[in-house]
Design a protein around this ligand. Structure first.
Ligand code: NAG
Ligand code: ZN
Length: 509
């Protein structure tokens, strides 16, 4: 009996286990069926369309959409039309938003390029992301020292040279191609995608703030997350960017005699505005980089141990950095100090002096009025309004000590805030997962020393979370001669965006 009973039980158990196993297999299949994301298929699609993507970039780079040059405005308008056209062809609901006009220094006004917005997908069960980018470029001329025609995309060893290739035309196209890949394969887009593409970024995003405020309750109302891909990696390793510095830009004008004077005839008798200006500019920062304006260093957020550790782990080579910029010595010799002073500490840069005799030759003039231009890259927890007061008060006091009869006027022209994101936010988790899938490595978490003022505006006005997801290379030469986009970054970046759309859809909120 015992024996039989045991046998029966064990048979029952066996049957039970088989059923359990079968259920587990079915269950697993269901999970896999739901979660199986056809990355291989999508990546293969991208690999098969590389030449189309390069051609699309060639057509965009060929448009001289230089926003700083009023004579190029028709090209810029055409660039916005091309952007809208492409989004329409993708089935997007496209709007070209009029943001008014711009006054030129000569008093004439010209229309600003329209901002292109688009919506692809409107499923209320899905998250909605808004991708921000720009299609205007910095000026470029072959004579500036380009090895190739800046507006004729040229492929040399897998590097696609052309103005605007990396900043920001290829990243914008990569986002469009990522969406197109889903569409072409008839795959459900994991999230609703909105685009907001502007044409004035390189000259300060004229008109965009107002537009964002105006669209807060319409275009932005259903946006969950904002993605910006207008920056680059720090090394050959992919990166996620979680902060940018702000910028306070100052003019310090020193005015003396009513006209320029001959230095032989008047030199030694007048107190020269240029001498005063050089004196006050020299009081801003010490030779070893210490900002001398009282209150500024005290306002900087403390550097935590956790942050120090993050910087320590970042892939960054000081020697490569030195050779890239052509200097033999830097302000700091170790990685953590160098990166932290690039990203999370303020600095003063003196940009130029207007009114100075600047042509070549040796004219002996005493300029009657000179304007020094300098800026302070800002970081949390500095506040532009406070910086304005600190700098103005300090320069006035330094100038006062000189007992000069000349007049000093300090004005702050730009007060762009820094931006900082929480790297523990789900958007960054999604970024890590997407990078791991495409590049089989962990991304570096980095900040930008430069300023992308629109990031903070997005955050302040819409209250949405933002991620900066760069695909540009560390040596792309943005704003410089021989700007390029690596084919590798462009193509693998497109795959990264494809993965990212999937990862964002998985965020539970
Ligand atoms: C671009 O450069 C290529 C190669 O140098 C040349 O063949 C082509 O004609 C150029 N295109 C234009 C539009 O200038
Ligand atoms: Zn840019």
């Amino acid at each position: 009996m015992e024996c039989v009973k045991t046998l029966t039980t064990s048979r029952n158990n066996e049957r039970f286990h088989r059923q359990e196993e079968m259920l587990a297999v079915i269950f697993l299949a269901i999970i896999l069926g739901i979660n199986a994301h056809p990355f291989d298929e999508l990546h293969q699609y991208v690999d098969e369309h590389v030449e189309d993507y390069v051609q699309a970039l060639r057509e965009w780079v060929a448009v001289e959409s230089d926003s700083s040059d009023a004579t190029k405005r028709p090209d810029l308008h055409r660039m916005m039309d091309m952007t809208a056209e492409k989004l329409k062809n993708m089935g997007g609901e496209v709007e070209m938003v009029d943001i008014g006009s711009q006054e030129l220094p000569d008093g004439t006004t010209i229309p600003l390029p329209k901002v292109v917005t688009a919506q692809i997908g409107k499923d209320s069960n899905k998250h909605t992301v808004c991708i921000y980018g720009h299609v205007d470029v910095q000026p470029a001329k072959k004579e500036d020292g380009w090895a190739t025609d800046p507006y004729n995309l040229t492929d040399i060893d897998g590097k696609l040279y052309g103005r605007g290739s990396s900043d920001n035309k290829a990243p914008v196209l990569a986002w469009m191609h990522a969406v197109e890949a889903y569409q072409a394969l008839d795959l459900d887009l994991p999230v609703n995608v909105k685009f907001l593409i502007e044409g004035m970024e390189e000259t300060g995003s004229n008109g965009l703030d107002t537009m964002i405020v105006a669209k807060r309750d319409t275009f932005f109302s259903d946006v969950d997350y904002i993605i910006i891909s207008d920056c680059g990696w720090l090394s050959r390793k992919p990166a996620l960017t979680y902060g940018t510095r702000g910028n306070c830009y100052f003019f310090a004008e020193v005015e003396g005699p009513k006209q320029d004077l001959h230095s032989g005839v008047y030199g030694g008798t007048v107190i020269e505005p240029m001498t005063d200006l050089i004196g006050i500019l020299d009081s801003l920062i010490s030779p070893n980089g210490k900002i001398l304006v009282p209150g500024i260093r005290e306002a900087v957020a403390p550097f935590s141990d956790e942050e120090w550790k993050m910087y320590q782990d970042i892939d960054f080579n000081i020697e490569t950095f030195k050779s890239k910029i052509g200097v033999s010595q830097l302000m700091y010799n170790n990685k953590v100090d160098l990166l932290s002073h690039r990203w999370r500490h303020p600095t003063v840069s003196i940009h130029g002096i207007e009114g100075a005799f600047s042509a070549s030759g040796s004219k002996t003039v005493i300029p009657a009025k000179v304007t020094g231009k300098f800026s302070i890259r800002q970081v949390p927890d500095m506040d532009p309004a406070m910086v304005k007061k600190q700098v103005t008060d300090y320069l006035n006091s330094v100038f006062g000590k000189r007992k000069s009869p000349n007049k000093l006027k300090v004005t702050m022209i730009i007060g762009a805030k820094p931006w900082l994101a929480d790297t523990k936010h789900a958007l960054y988790e999604a970024g890590r997962a997407a990078v791991k899938r495409v590049f089989q490595m962990e991304p570096d978490l980095i900040r930008e020393g430069g300023t992308i003022p629109i990031a903070q505006t997005f955050q302040d006005v819409t209250g949405k979370s933002i991620i900066m997801l760069p695909i540009g290379g560390f040596d792309d030469g943005l704003h410089s001669q021989n700007e390029k986009m690596n084919r590798y970054n462009y193509i693998e970046g497109t795959k990264l965006f494809i993965s990212y759309l999937h990862e964002v859809a998985e965020i539970k909120e």
